[in-house]
Design a protein. Structure first.
Length: 369
């Protein structure tokens, strides 16, 4: 990934032929850079450094922009290419190279060396990114962020840099900082679906459901076929108990994953709350078929039939019988659950089943005491 930021040294050498023709002073520098580009042997970078250092001795040498630019090129190349420090550079080599480069970028007429400056920035940025990855592997996310931020100063558009920053802040537990990084990622370009999903998760943890919902909605516009984004939007509506909004997604959810227990149970609960009992019944039964060990849809459909019986005197007996069947089945699947028992007691009270009501009442007292 990081290698994409690099420009070819050979490109720099060939595009500076005019400047080179004005002076032979950097001949050894260019030759060694060209040899390194061809052979990838670090010894040529060492020779290029010796050659550039020999040309910068006096104060007048130091202010020579041409020489300074190519000192930056050589040093930045070593910083990135010599990851194992085979050339035995000082421990602070990257830091001093960065300081030198920062000063170089402020020089007058530096714009005449745009390709070289881009090359220097990207090599140094890649070095900081690599250091950041090494920090992450050691779980030292605070230092990783420092290195990634340094890379971002040099190359703000570096691929995925915002993701690394957001991830590191998240792993540190600094969710507000992580959310700020994700804010920037979501505002720019077309973020990956996984970036959007992670961002909305952090927004929800921070209690900003509105921002999470906005992120997911925008994500679904970008990736309309992405099931995870669809399910996350549905979960947000469900958690908010916004069943009217959730109902607008039910058909899409079921079409996307028709044999998913959670999808069918969610659809049933949604329609149950919207008092669309026919559809609620349909999806509860589908959920029971898909997962025969989960008692939630069994209990819920029992309550549904009980509500229907209470609301319609003409069919109350039939509905109460159905309710009793499913509620007792739920109680068998999860015995001694107070919610189940209390609902059963209410049903027995409504149907005049005194014996069963007394039995349930005894069970409840035993559980409570």
């Amino acid at each position: 990934m990081a290698r994409k930021l690099l420009l070819s040294i050979l490109y720099l050498v060939t595009t500076t032929s005019f400047a080179f023709s004005q002076s032979e002073v950097l001949k050894d520098v260019f030759n060694n850079l060209a040899f390194y580009n061809q052979k990838h042997d670090l010894k040529f970078l060492g020779e290029a450094k010796k050659a550039i250092d020999k040309t910068i001795i006096t104060k007048s040498d130091s202010v020579n922009l041409y020489k300074s630019v190519y000192k930056g090129v050589v040093y930045a190349t070593i910083a990135y290419a010599d990851s194992l420090n085979t050339l035995n550079m000082p421990a602070n080599f990257l830091t001093t190279t960065t300081i030198f480069a920062d000063t170089l970028f402020t020089r007058k007429k530096i714009y005449n060396y745009s390709s070289e400056i881009t090359y220097i920035k990207r090599n140094i940025a890649n070095t900081y990114i690599r250091k950041g990855f090494n920090d992450m592997q050691r779980n030292d996310y605070r230092i990783a962020i420092t290195n990634f931020e340094q890379a971002k100063v040099l190359v703000p558009s570096a691929d995925h840099l915002g993701i690394y920053l957001a991830y590191s802040a998240n792993r540190m537990g600094e969710l507000n900082k992580s959310a700020a990084y994700y804010d920037n990622l979501l505002e720019k370009g077309k973020p990956d679906a996984e970036v959007i999903l992670t961002a909305q998760k952090i927004y929800k943890i921070l209690g900003d459901t509105a921002k999470a919902l906005k992120a997911v909605r925008n994500g679904r516009n970008l990736y309309p076929e992405n099931k995870k984004l669809l399910f996350e939007e549905a979960n947000i509506y469900n958690n908010k108990k916004d069943y009217r909004a959730l109902s607008g997604l039910i058909a899409i959810l079921v079409k996307a994953d028709p044999d998913n227990y959670d999808v069918n149970f969610l659809a049933a609960v949604c329609y149950d709350h919207l008092h669309n009992l026919n559809k609620a019944e349909l999806y509860y039964k589908k959920a029971m078929q898909l997962n025969q060990t989960n008692y939630d849809p069994v209990f819920n459909i029992g309550v549904l039939y009980m509500k229907e019986g209470l609301n319609d005197q003409k069919t109350s007996e039939d509905k109460f019988n159905q309710a009793q069947y499913y509620l007792e089945k739920a109680d068998d699947m999860n015995p001694n659950d107070p919610d189940f028992l209390q609902t059963l007691k209410l049903l027995y009270d409504k149907t005049g089943n005194v014996a069963q009501s007394t039995k349930i009442n005894t069970q409840l007292n035993q559980i409570i005491n």
